[in-house]
Design a protein around this ligand. Structure first.
Ligand SMILES: Cc1cc2nc3c(=O)[nH]c(=O)nc-3n(C[C@H](O)[C@H](O)[C@H](O)COP(=O)(O)OP(=O)(O)OC[C@H]3O[C@@H](n4cnc5c(N)ncnc54)[C@H](O)[C@@H]3O)c2cc1C
Length: 384
């Protein structure tokens, strides 16, 4: 566990290191916590460096890396500069429904510029009364001559007032659950769109989350992504892929704190001995190191299964669950063993903890994901 894994000598890692140094990304990570804003300049620079859309196919303008390779890069980006830029790197993956199912003109107008970091596309699934149970979403997409009229409210969305466009999930009037849900690309400047940032968040403050209200918003029919009624299925496929990549980010940032804490307790003296000489300090760190590494192995295995075209949604779901748990425990120990200063902004551990704390909530809450896996183990008996 002493050497930084995975693969510090990989050429991808040298590339990441250069981008982090060039953009002062470690400092910017800290600054964006104190003065939250969407980091346009850094987003553009990531695009220019080929660090947006690592797993997006080359034909679409992405990097075309297999998920296991992308995970190495994301791990190191998070290790060196926190969660912000690694998560931004995944924004094209979070919008893969546009890239994969959007008409060619929309891909050209919105997806390729997103991959270059020139404009921002958000995702709007959650509503005030439909979060974990996303299939209960109510935003109405009523067909009209030549298009749709959108009415309803989205909430909790990242980049609420910042995104130039968003992938919005809405349902055909009269439909129920997943069957009636379609995905739409909605430019956020359309008449009838009202946006507001909500209360400040615990972490990831640069995302400036908020709500978006649609009042009789007219949308041309060519802004529907893929088939009518297939939106929910597209979203599920996307989430299954991105959860494994998110796990790599949480492990990277936690490993940074682990390394720094191992160093700190090896030097800090109390009661005439190093902190590391106290078993109560040393053993949790030994366990954290092993947990982070085991979780990395689990994540890579899940991503390999994806690469081989196997059904891996339960594996990637559990890699996010495991990674966030291991990361939060490690970060909690980093704060504790740095003492009073660990609780302050003098060290980055408290910010990292606050940022990673969104992990068990976003992209599927831990309990919901474990519920999905449990139903695979114990399928419900058919109704008589
Ligand atoms: C940092 C961050 C960024 C986000 N960005 C976006 C975004 O860009 N776009 C977007 O649409 N949404 C976004 N979200 C919203 C996120 O997807 C939702 O918060 C999440 O789906 C949970 O929904 P909810 O908040 O309504 O919680 P609820 O559905 O009310 O659930 C609350 C809690 O109840 C428990 N729970 C729920 N269902 C079950 C169950 N079946 N079994 C056991 N326990 C359960 C879980 O602990 C869950 O956390 C973001 C959230 C965060 C924190």
């Amino acid at each position: 566990m002493s050497e930084l894994w995975p693969l510090p000598q990989d050429p991808l890692v040298a590339e990441v290191r250069a981008a982090v140094e060039r953009g002062r990304l470690a400092q910017r990570y800290r600054e964006l916590d104190r003065a939250p804003e969407f980091p346009r300049a850094e987003f553009r620079a990531l695009g220019e460096a080929g660090l947006l859309g690592l797993t997006v196919p080359r034909e679409l303008g992405g990097r075309g890396l297999p998920p296991t390779r992308a995970a190495i890069l994301l791990f190191h980006l998070a290790y060196l500069s926190g969660t912000t830029f690694a998560k931004l790197s995944l924004q094209p993956e979070f919008c893969s429904v546009l890239g994969e199912h959007g008409p060619a003109e929309l891909v050209e107008r919105w997806y390729r510029p997103l991959l270059r970091g020139e404009l921002l596309v958000g995702n709007q699934v959650t509503e005030p009364s439909a979060g974990s149970d996303a299939a209960a979403l109510a935003l109405e997409a009523a067909p009209t001559a030549g298009g749709y009229v959108l009415t309803g409210e989205k909430s909790e969305a990242a980049f609420a007032t910042e995104a130039e466009a968003a992938i919005v999930y809405g349902r055909r009037p009269g439909s129920a659950r997943a069957e009636g849900v379609s995905a739409f690309l909605v430019p956020q400047g359309l008449d009838g769109v009202r946006r507001a940032v909500a209360a400040p968040d615990l972490g990831e403050r640069w995302q400036r989350r908020g709500s978006i209200t649609y009042t009789q918003v007219h949308l041309p029919s060519d802004h529907r992504l893929g088939e009518e009624g297939e939106g929910f299925a597209y979203l599920q496929a996307e989430l299954a892929r991105e959860r494994g990549l998110l796990a790599a980010i949480y492990l990277g940032v936690a490993r940074a704190s682990w390394d720094e804490t191992v160093r700190h307790v090896g030097e800090r003296m109390a009661f005439g001995r190093r902190l590391a000489d106290q078993q109560a300090v040393a053993f949790p760190l030994v366990e954290d190191g092993a947990e982070l590494e085991a979780s990395w192995g689990f994540t890579v295995r899940a991503l390999e299964r994806l690469e081989h075209g196997e059904v891996a949604d339960a594996d990637t779901a559990m890699s996010k669950v495991r990674a966030t748990r291991a990361a939060l425990t490690t970060l909690e120990h980093a704060i504790q063993f740095h003492g009073g200063a660990g609780y302050s902004a003098r060290y980055p551990h408290e910010q990292r903890w606050r940022d990673v704390r969104s992990g068990p909530l976003g992209h599927g809450a831990t309990e919901v994901l474990e519920g999905v896996v449990a139903r695979r183990l114990w399928p419900r008996p058919p109704r008589r």
